[in-house]
Structures are given as structure tokens and as C-alpha cells.
Design a protein around this ligand. Structure first.
Ligand SMILES: N[C@@H](CCC(=O)N[C@@H](CS)C(=O)NCC(=O)O)C(=O)O
Length: 214
């Protein structure tokens, strides 16, 4: 049984969604980023000394603990090619997806973090918000041909990652005018894998909170 470390409303939702799409049931462990405790008492620093979720503990003989959202989601999708969640490794289609995943990690996910944590100067805030709006605009443009999901007709790791890092409201990046993206979000919101991820996350967060107050 694998163990997936998650935190509330973070990029770890992308891994939960992909696991749900495939039908995997990793044990969920909640990491509280504020007090650095876990819902099962594990030391999270042993899983990832940088204290970032997600971490997938494979619980294998070599005790591999996978970090990096794009690595974990791609690994799970690769292990289950029948899911159609990612193109086959070694193809140009796959390179294009990897390009997009790195773009999302660097131009979207990590750009949000200093904004959400209010770490930037006024100039830096405006600059970074503009970068985010530009990045989201490229995704909106992809969807302009009427495709249901970011790669085409089928849901993929790319959709899961963009959805899980849609933090524009918390960052103050104004993307309300991107109508294709809004319609895409509604489609992703409705997926059972996404609903289950939110429900499972809320449950483990509540359990962890109850332990703290017991
Ligand atoms: N390089 C990692 C970064 C993951 C990351 O930024 N995780 C955030 C949540 S989305 C986190 O754990 N933050 C904890 C903290 O800042 O204390 C990845 O791409 O997966």
C-alpha cells in the first residue's frame, strides 16, 4: 500500500485526482503546513526534508519517496497506460506534454506562492500577476477550438495539475475574462475523481484537526 502525503487545498490535489482517475487508493496522510504535524504521527521531514507536499511513499524495498507533482502524476499515469492520462514516454506527444507540465510548474504553480504568502513588493506583485494572467491566457487560447480538456477530448495529467493550482483568487490574478478556462473548470469540477479528492481531503483534514483538539 502506498502512502500519499497531502496538504489542504494544495497541489497535492493533482495527485489525488490522478490516483482517483486510475482507481488507486493510497493511504492519505495530512501534513499541516502551519504546525508541521501529520495526521498519522509520521515525521514529514523524513518523507521530504524540504517539507513540501505531495510526497508518494511507495513503501517498497528501497523505500522510495517520490516528490514533485509532475513526476508523481506522470509516474502513476505511466504505470497505467490504459487510463489514457498521458501520452507514451519517448513520443513527441509526450515531450509536448512534459513541456506543458514544466510550464505549469514554473509559470503557474510556483508563481502563485510568493503572491499568496504576500512576500513581494508592489512592483513584484504586479509583475508576477501579469505573468500569471499571460500564462493562463495561453491555456484559454488552447481551449478556444472547443476542446473539452487541455490536450483534447480526454482528461489528462495536465488538467489535474492546472485545476489543483487554480489559485488566482488567492493571488489576486484577474482571469475572470478567460471564458474558455472558466467553462473548462466547470467540466473538471464535475468529474467524480475531483469530487472524491475534495471529499477525501476534507475527511483527513477534519480527522487531523480533531486529534489536535482532543
Ligand atoms: N517542487 C514541488 C513544490 C511543491 C509545493 O510547492 N508544495 C506546496 C503546496 S502546493 C507546499 O507543500 N508548501 C508547504 C509550505 O510552503 O510550507 C512540486 O512541484 O511538487
Amino acid at each position: 500500500m502506498t502512502k500519499l502525503y497531502i496538504a489542504d487545498q494544495t497541489c497535492s490535489q493533482a495527485v489525488q485526482i490522478i490516483a482517483n482517475e486510475i482507481g488507486l487508493n493510497p493511504e492519505l496522510v495530512h501534513f499541516n503546513v502551519f504546525n508541521e504535524t501529520t495526521s498519522n504521527g509520521d515525521s514529514f521531514a523524513e518523507a521530504n526534508p524540504l517539507l513540501y507536499v505531495p510526497v508518494l511513499d511507495l513503501e517498497n524495498d528501497s523505500q522510495d519517496k517520490l516528490t514533485e507533482t509532475i513526476v508523481i502524476t506522470s509516474y502513476l499515469a505511466d504505470q497505467h497506460p490504459e487510463s489514457g492520462l498521458i501520452p507514451v514516454r519517448g513520443t513527441l506527444d509526450r515531450v509536448k506534454v512534459d513541456q506543458l507540465l514544466v510550464f505549469i510548474a514554473t509559470e503557474i504553480a510556483q508563481k502563485h506562492i510568493p503572491l499568496m504568502r504576500k512576500l513581494m513588493t508592489e512592483f513584484g506583485t504586479e509583475w508576477t500577476r501579469a505573468k500569471l494572467v499571460a500564462a493562463y491566457t495561453t491555456l484559454d487560447t488552447r481551449l478556444a477550438d472547443g476542446r473539452a480538456y487541455l490536450l483534447g477530448d480526454n482528461f489528462s495529467v495536465v488538467d489535474a495539475y492546472v485545476w489543483a493550482t487554480l489559485w488566482h483568487e488567492r493571488s489576486g490574478a484577474e482571469i475572470g475574462h478567460l471564458e474558455n478556462l472558466a467553462a473548462w473548470k466547470a467540466r473538471v469540477d464535475a468529474r467524480p475523481s475531483v469530487q472524491k479528492a475534495l471529499k477525501d481531503e476534507a475527511e483527513i483534514v477534519a480527522i487531523h484537526k480533531a486529534q489536535a483538539t482532543a
